[in-house]
Structures are given as structure tokens and as C-alpha cells.
Ligand binder design. Structure first.
Ligand code: AHR
Length: 348
């Protein structure tokens, strides 16, 4: 920080000192003829050359899909931030396919982009494609979800949430909510995409907390791909049990699945938020509205607005600076009493 400040002072002095001294010491210069202003066509030609020669950073971004409100907000954040930072963005939507993400990365390598960003659909299987990028000399930033690779030199940094901590927050909230309720407490879990970092880690974090109470049991658990339609379908199935086996709690790994589940619960003639307590993750406007309406119990925040951090990272990398290996945005938990106030502030 200090070095940077000194740098600014030195740069400032270098810029202003010649101006201060030349006026008093140098002899009066002969009057300069004002140069003829360029014609419109000359000016257009010269500025076009200037724009062409000014090197813009080209960022190739492999987005994993468009399964949720969170994902769409993440895509929009990256697009807006690229525009604002003057970075040329080449983006490809992999529609939940890791194979398509590999193809996109190979295309970015062929195009010789400056930096590659990947939001990986699943956690494993990334070694060889990251090795290809490394051999091509193109730095890679992992965005949102993490990758599970042994060689951490295969990417520069990971920018995204601490998913395990999100699961821990959900678990702690539930433990507190249920502290005076006698067991057994049956929990249904809607997981996200199988093999994805948020699904694995949120599940781990949640279990690490609720395991402290033996009478709190996950009785039903299945993947619902982070989508509203699958959340509804799987929840319908969960409710096809005798009343005494029904879950009293639903932990959904994202808001979209919780919203789908709420529809299924209401269709079954039950009251979400009363007959079944619901905790989910993300913090979308729709979820916060349901929370304010009492149909959900809590929503753990997961921040999708990672575009500005990604652009900053791309610039730092191109300037040759070192970045921390992990960058985690600050996140919160929304409860019913805060939801009504927060709903208007949500960006997605
Ligand atoms: O990776 C982040 C998760 O992916 C979000 O929680 C979910 O909504 C999204 O689809």
C-alpha cells in the first residue's frame, strides 16, 4: 500500500516538476503557430488507427449454463463488467455439458484470447484441458464453482463463494430453529447438479452441523439439477409417503428448486413454511418475497455478481501482478424479519 502511494507521489512529481521549472528557467520560446485542425475525415482516420492499435484484453468465458436466476444474474454481471472495463468478452454457454466446456476452451486457445475464465459445471475431470491452456501460455481464472485438481498451478485463481460455509449457515439456522422441538425431525434435501462443487460442499457443510443431533435425520435426498421444474418434480415424489413419514424440513441447495418445491407442497394441500420449514441458498428476489410471505424460513446468500472481480483479475494478470489463490465475496443469511426490507434491493 505504502509502496503504491510512494509510486503515485514519484509519478506525480515527475509529471509536475518539469512544468514548474521550465517556466522560470527556460528562455521564452518563439510563439508557436497553432496547427491546422484536421479535417473530419483525417480525424476519423487517425482515431480509428488509435483504437485499432490500443490493445484490448480479450477474455474467453465458458459459462456452464442458464439453469437458475442466479446463473442468469452471473452471466449478466460478467457481460456488464466486461463492457464497463473495456474488455472484449467472448462467451460460450455450455448448457450443463463439461464436454462443451472443453470445446469452448479449445476454441479460446485457437483464437489466442488473453485470459480464459471457466465456471465449471462439475468439480472433477479438469486436469488435461487446463494443461492444454497452460501449454498454450493462456492464464485461466476459475469462476463461481471450483475445480478439484492436484496441480494448483493449472489456474491462477478461483473467484467464488465458500459453498461449505453456506451449508454450515443453513445447518446452524436449522439447529437454532429446532432447538426446542423434540425429534425425530425428518429432513428432505434437494441437491443441485451431481458432482458440482456447490452441491457437494453445501451438503457437507449442512451435515457437519446437523450431525450433532441424532434425532435430526435426512430421510430423503436427491439431485434436482438446480432447476425449478426438477425441484417441483422431485418434491412431488418426496411427498408420496404416509403422513407420518413426511419431511418437516426441506433443505434446497438453491432458490429455484425451493420455489418449485413450494408449488408441489401447495399442490399437495400443505403449507410451506408451516407444515414444512424451508431453507435454501442464493437470495433471489422471488425467494426473498416468499420468505417475507412466510413460505420459507431462511435463505443463505450466494453472490452471483462476480463480473467486476473477474475483470479486475484479468487486468491484474495482464499487468503481470500476482493474485491470491482464492477470492471469496462476503455473504449473509436472510431471515423472515429482514426479508421484506431486503427484497427491493435484490439485483436478481
Ligand atoms: O454455482 C452456484 C450455484 O449454481 C447457485 O447456487 C445456483 O443457483 C446455480 O445454479
Amino acid at each position: 500500500m505504502k509502496r503504491r502511494a510512494y509510486g503515485f507521489v514519484i509519478l506525480f512529481l515527475l509529471l509536475i516538476l518539469p512544468a514548474c521549472t521550465s517556466e522560470s528557467a527556460a528562455p521564452l520560446a518563439p510563439p508557436v503557430e497553432p496547427s491546422k485542425p484536421p479535417s473530419l475525415s483525417e480525424w476519423m482516420e487517425s482515431s480509428a488507427t488509435a483504437i485499432k492499435s490500443e490493445k484490448r484484453i480479450v477474455l474467453g468465458f465458458s459459462q456452464l449454463g442458464s439453469e437458475s436466476a442466479w446463473r442468469n444474474a452471473n452471466t449478466a454481471s460478467v457481460q456488464e463488467a466486461a463492457e464497463e472495463s473495456g474488455i472484449t468478452l467472448v462467451m460460450a454457454n455450455a448448457e450443463q455439458s463439461q464436454e462443451k466446456q472443453f470445446e469452448a476452451v479449445r476454441e479460446f486457445i485457437r483464437q489466442r484470447v488473453d485470459v480464459i475464465a471457466i465456471a465449471p459445471v462439475v468439480e472433477s475431470g479438469w486436469e488435461s484441458i487446463l494443461q492444454e491452456a497452460k501449454e498454450a501460455g493462456i492464464p485461466v481464472v476459475i469462476l463461481d464453482r471450483s475445480v478439484n485438481v492436484e496441480d494448483s498451478s493449472l489456474f491462477v485463481t478461483t473467484i467464488g463463494s465458500d459453498f461449505k460455509e453456506e451449508g454450515v449457515k443453513a445447518g446452524k439456522y436449522l439447529m437454532d430453529l429446532m432447538r426446542n422441538r423434540a425429534g425425530p425431525i425428518r429432513i428432505a434435501e434437494l441437491q443441485g447438479t451431481s458432482g458440482s462443487a456447490p452441491s457437494i460442499r453445501r451438503g457437507e457443510g449442512f451435515r457437519s452441523v446437523i450431525d450433532a443431533r441424532e434425532d435430526m435425520v435426512i430421510t430423503q435426498s436427491a439431485p434436482a439439477d438446480f432447476t425449478e421444474s426438477k425441484g417441483k418434480e422431485i418434491m412431488r415424489g418426496f411427498l408420496q409417503v404416509p403422513a407420518g413419514e413426511r419431511p418437516q424440513v426441506l433443505f434446497a441447495h438453491n432458490d429455484d428448486m425451493a420455489i418449485g418445491a413450494i408449488e408441489a407442497i401447495e399442490e399437495a394441500g400443505l403449507k410451506p413454511g408451516a407444515d414444512i420449514e424451508i431453507v435454501s441458498v442464493d437470495g433471489s428476489r422471488r425467494a426473498l418475497q416468499l420468505l417475507a410471505d412466510g413460505k420459507m424460513s431462511a435463505v443463505v446468500e450466494c453472490n452471483p455478481l462476480l463480473g467486476p472481480l473477474l475483470m479486475q483479475a484479468a487486468k491484474e494478470i495482464m499487468a503481470g501482478r500476482t493474485l491470491p489463490k482464492r477470492m471469496v465475496p462476503p455473504e449473509d443469511i436472510f431471515t423472515q424479519d429482514r426479508a421484506a426490507k431486503e427484497v427491493g434491493n435484490r439485483k436478481f
